[in-house]
Design a protein around this ligand. Structure first.
Ligand code: AMP
Length: 632
């Protein structure tokens, strides 16, 4: 089966997109046996199902000559579970029927209903929408279904799972009896069969996917980590793969918010998609991914439902999907329309058995492996850098002139090194992962001191818990004020109005000097005072413990970052640690003077607002970590 027998304008529209061959599901719905009949199609997302139902309803939309049928109200209705999917379907049908002159209206929750009513009144041929919003329009008389000749239920299983049965039934009941009903569903559980029985007539069953085929373009990996290292694993996987576009799945809105904030702080261009974002924010986020301003999307299952981003080649299941179907739905964001993709499950050790059984259930062969470490990432970086730098570039005379000037001041070797450095510094730092086996983890627990921290000096600074001191912003602050890197800071003990921290004796003088030089009165950060503390912390360990874990940075493992928030479990900062006693002067966390980090994100909201102080995910890190000290 080819596209040859289609009406000329549809053929032209497909040719404009370079779609020369129908996908399996498209070929199946165009078979003579399927023409004019109700269809119940089990097709995976990514199989080309949108164009399939678009083509399948051509006979209802176009007359013999291939012209659009005349009607005063919509001829076709497509119902999809989420706003994103509805918008995507709408876009796809818009180009497919553009040359035919069809007008596509989109009706989704979160958009302006009166604008939608206007579009509906002005003569839409095809209406695409979500169940709730469509029923609203129907009940208010804005959606006239009397001329409807085709109705499509896209991702019908998901719509039932999301509790839209009443809405679907109301719409189906209100549609003319002689309409065609096309039902598309990734799975065919009993409630779907029942819906088909009730609302379809003599439906032709089409199944174009078998279990093995649906993931042949996706290579699966399962990466085991110890539970506190999930975020580090995410960072390293993103850095290792450097996918053009990647999507990360979390189970809840909270996890999405936290992981989004963490990745943004690490320097990734990342957007978030979850139920807490307005439709406009979601649209902006998707647009940022489409035009490559963002490369990483952190999302919940529902928000990411049906999303089609052609450049998406990496899916990371940050939190384990609830079942094998969700696993496949999420993974199906990649490996679409014949392209290759990678789906990676991050598996905390205690969940390994559960994931094994889920993969077995879905007949998926995954490669079990460790998260890439710093060395592996650096090796990949080197290869990529070589490739990038060897690409031919067009240089102007002005470029050449500047190059000549540079060569009078630096050697070619120095300039090359600077070029490499400039490229590298754009990339977020990889994380140091703990070795990934039980013995190593036990050994790490026992390890009291790491190299370089046998001999340290305690310093004291004059802000503490009452000023919302938190390792998340204290660490970068110490790096900037003291011109050290995170790995050069040992234990941190936070008291009520003071904080103690260890610096290796070898660099203690240099640190003290730098804090003097970076002191000033122009910003809150500059006003913080540092001094050597001969006696060490006067902060009782027990007092800290009573206030909750996660405040202190462990002394025994100075190189490993504290992760007070993570996609798993409640962040330590969520307990109440509101300032007690008199209100301190100054704003904490203090704002760095030269703070170039943008807030970006799906909503473009500022990440730190004064009233959010102390809440997890709102501490704006005043500098990007891992880049070494930044001169003030
Ligand atoms: P879907 O399953 O509808 O989400 O489609 C997945 C992707 O495949 C979309 O980007 C489609 O535009 C694309 N696609 C659909 N039909 C074809 C075709 N015949 N050839 C190439 N790509 C296609």
């Amino acid at each position: 089966m080819t596209f040859a027998d289609l009406p000329a304008r549809l053929k032209d529209a497909l040719a404009q997109r370079d779609y020369s061959q129908p996908t399996d599901v498209q070929a199946a719905v165009l078979e003579p046996a399927a023409l004019g009949r109700d269809l119940i199609v089990s097709a995976q997302t990514g199989s080309g199902k949108t164009v399939a139902f678009g083509l399948a309803m051509a006979a209802q939309l176009l007359d013999e000559a291939g012209d659009l049928r005349r009607a005063d109200s919509p001829l076709a209705l497509v119902i999809a579970p989420t706003r994103e999917l509805a918008l995507q379907v709408s876009r796809e049908l818009a180009w497919l029927y553009d040359l035919s002159g069809a007008r596509v209206a989109t009706c989704v929750g979160g958009m302006n209903p009166s604008h939608e009513r206007k579009v509906l009144r002005s003569g839409a041929t095809i209406v695409v929408g979500t169940p709730g919003r469509l029923r609203d329009h129907l009940e208010r008389g804005a959606l006239d279904l009397s001329a409807l000749s085709a109705i499509v239920l896209d991702e019908a299983d998901e719509m039932l799972d999301m509790g839209f049965r009443d809405e679907l039934e109301a719409i189906l009941e209100a549609s003319p009896d002689q309409r065609r009903t096309l039902m598309f569903s990734a799975t065919m559980p009993r409630p779907i069969e029942a819906l088909a029985q009730r609302y379809q007539r003599n439906a032709l069953r089409i199944a174009t996917v078998d279990k093995g085929r649906s993931h042949e373009d996706i290579s699966y990996q399962a990466v085991t980590v110890s539970p506190p290292e999930v975020e580090n694993a995410v960072v390293n996987l993103l850095r290792f793969h450097e996918a053009e576009t990647a999507i990360l799945f979390c189970a809840t809105r909270d996890s999405v918010r936290r992981l989004h904030a963490t990745l943004q702080e690490r320097g990734f261009s990342v957007v978030a998609l979850s139920g807490e974002h307005s439709q406009q924010e979601r649209n902006q986020a998707l647009q940022a991914l489409r035009d490559r301003r963002a490369r990483v999307c952190v999302a919940t299952d529902v928000a990411a439902r049906g999303i089609d981003l052609p450049s998406l080649s990496l899916v990371i299941h940050v939190e384990i999907p609830r079942d094998a179907e969700t696993l496949q739905h999420r993974s199906g964001r990649t490996g679409r329309a014949g392209k290759k993709g990678t789906a990676i499950l991050i598996v905390p050790f205690p969940r390994r058995k559960r994931v094994e059984s889920m993969l077995r259930h879905a007949s998926i062969n995954a490669l079990w492996t460790d998260a890439p470490d710093r060395e592996a990432i650096m090796a990949q970086d080197r290869e990529r850098l070589m490739e990038t730098l060897m690409q031919p570039v067009e240089v102007t005379d002005a470029d050449r002139e500047l190059a000549e000037r540079l060569l009078t001041q630096k050697s070619p070797a120095e300039l090359a090194a600077m070029l490499v450095h400039a490229h590298r510094s754009k990339m977020p730092e990889p994380e140091d992962m703990m070795p990934n086996n039980p013995e190593a983890r036990q050994a790490a627990q026992k390890e009291k001191h790491r190299a370089g921290f046998e001999d340290t000096v305690w310093f004291r600074m004059d802000i503490g818990r009452r000023q919302n001191a938190d390792p998340r912003w204290i660490l970068p602050l110490l790096c900037r004020r003291g011109h050290v890197t995170r790995n050069e800071i040992g234990a941190i003990r936070i008291g009520a109005d003071e904080t103690y921290f260890q610096i290796p004796t070898a660099i203690a003088d240099k640190f003290a000097d730098a804090t003097q030089r970076t002191a000033g009165t122009e910003s809150d950060e500059e006003a913080i005072r540092f001094e050597v503390s001969k006696d060490g912390p006067r902060v009782a360990a027990r007092a800290n413990r009573r206030d909750g874990a996660g405040r202190d940075r462990p002394a025994h493992n100075p190189g490993v970052k504290v992760h007070p928030r993570g996609p798993h479990g409640k962040p330590s900062g969520e307990r109440s640690d509101k300032p007690r006693g008199p209100k301190p002067a100054g704003k904490f966390p203090p704002k760095a003077k030269a703070d170039g980090e943008g807030n970006g994100g799906a909503g473009g909201k500022p990440k730190f607002k004064p009233k959010d102080r102390g809440k997890p995910g709102f501490h704006k890190k005043p500098g990007k970590p891992g880049r070494g000290p930044k001169a003030n």
